[in-house]
Design a protein around this ligand. Structure first.
Ligand SMILES: [Mn+2]
Length: 386
């Protein structure tokens, strides 16, 4: 199965941005501009913290190292090949997308295991962008405590963090396509580097707030929030070499929770972290829940918002092809309402779409899940029903 998206004719890389070959994987840059004939020439809402022409920088991170199932690394290319770049430019955004070249040079077997060109552990010759050959040692990545693949997760997130920070500092909106949710270590820290007062809205079936001590599985996609908060047990190598706690408990709010571990419940209580579970969605309705969530983290709607959206927040009937589905989730409309309401605030500065896994189920279920990922991204960027 090819890792590369089929590109529509309007998205063929131009001569200015030719396809390069890096370590057997082709890398390319896609740039799409809005035009009246495609749709809008500017987004529906004013995104008040962005600068210049409204621009999205897509970070596609083909990464599955924060959990045990392969395939989630295929999502960025699936979402792109489903037409996401064109869809966003037709909403009035200028769109930049660099394929996965930044993730090739990590020495901990970073190329997705499901890729046909996944290397064996050992020494491998890799060509860099100037076609000079260099050798990269593929290093072992043993568990540290309970943490699985800690060096790989750390290195990839360090790169993601710098990418997201760079895009945000250009005045653009970073849209990160995961990959598993451990990538929020990078996305949130990158966003916080540009916007220290940003709040975080975490839409998920899970709280992802286990610490390296409380985690049962050792999978780091269940831990990113604890690191961002700097909870006890998170000041550990290799993460503490680059990742500093950047989030206060009162700056995060959850929506959609329904599968929370015992120790996670204790952490939420102990730190007074606001969370709206599916029980609250049932009780109040999604409109009221989003309003209460915003009132908690952003009462005057004056702070930048980072939205980290795990598609497993949606009910498995809506987004079935994801690694840890839990029944009783958000309907299609509830899931999209959240993104529409956040877009309407004009405060969004960074968006993650995480945990689409195009390899788990039949083609119809995969298509449904990929389509949901794309439509959540579009709604976050101002697509409306009318
Ligand atoms: Mn998650």
């Amino acid at each position: 199965m090819s890792l590369l998206p089929r590109l529509s004719s309007s998205l063929k890389p131009s001569f200015a941005n030719p396809i390069k070959r890096i370590g057997g994987l082709r890398a390319y840059h896609i740039h799409a501009t809005p035009s009246a004939e495609k749709g809008r020439t500017e987004p529906q809402y004013k995104y008040k913290f962005l600068e210049g022409k409204p621009t999205v920088g897509i970070v596609g991170c083909p990464f599955s190292g924060g959990q045990g199932r392969t395939g989630v690394d295929l999502a960025p290319n699936k979402l792109i090949s489903a037409g996401l770049v064109d869809q966003l430019s037709s909403l009035g955004w200028e769109v930049h997308y660099n394929s996965q070249e930044k993730f090739i040079d990590i020495p901990y077997n970073p190329i997705p295991a499901s890729s046909p060109s996944a290397p064996e552990t050992g020494t491998e010759v890799v060509s860099d962008s100037k076609d000079k050959e260099k050798k990269i040692q593929r290093l072992p990545d043993e568990d540290i405590g309970k943490m699985k693949k800690p060096r790989l997760v750390s290195e990839v997130n360090h790169i993601v963090s710098k990418e997201v920070e760079g895009i945000a500092k250009r005045g653009w909106l970073p849209l990160t396509l995961g990959g598993d949710h451990s990538l929020a270590l990078g996305t949130v820290s990158g966003t916080k580097a540009k916007y220290p007062d940003a709040c975080l809205i975490w839409v998920d079936a899970h709280a992802d707030i286990n610490t390296p001590e409380t985690t049962d599985s050792g999978n780091l996609h269940g831990c990113p929030v604890s690191f961002l908060l700097g909870l006890e047990g998170t000041d550990v190598e290799p993460f503490n070499k680059w990742l500093k706690p950047c989030l206060k408990p009162e700056e995060i709010v959850y929506i959609g929770l329904r599968d929370v571990d015992g120790p996670e419940k204790e952490i939420l209580k102990k730190h007074g972290i606001k969370a709206f579970s599916m029980h609250h969605v049932d009780k109040y309705g999604i409109g009221k829940v989003v309003e209460m969530a915003l009132d908690h983290v952003n009462p005057d709607r004056s702070k930048p918002i980072h939205l980290s959206y795990d598609v497993d927040a949606l009910d498995p009937m809506v987004a079935p092809s994801t690694g840890t589905p839990v029944r009783g989730g958000l309907t299609f409309r509830e899931g999209h309402y959240i993104t529409e309401a956040l877009a309407e605030t004009g405060c969004l500065v960074s968006v993650d779409i995480m945990e689409v896994n195009p390899s788990l189920l039949d083609p119809g279920s995969v298509e449904k899940t990929v389509a949901a990922g794309c439509s959540l991204a579009r709604a976050s960027l101002g697509e409306t029903l009318l």
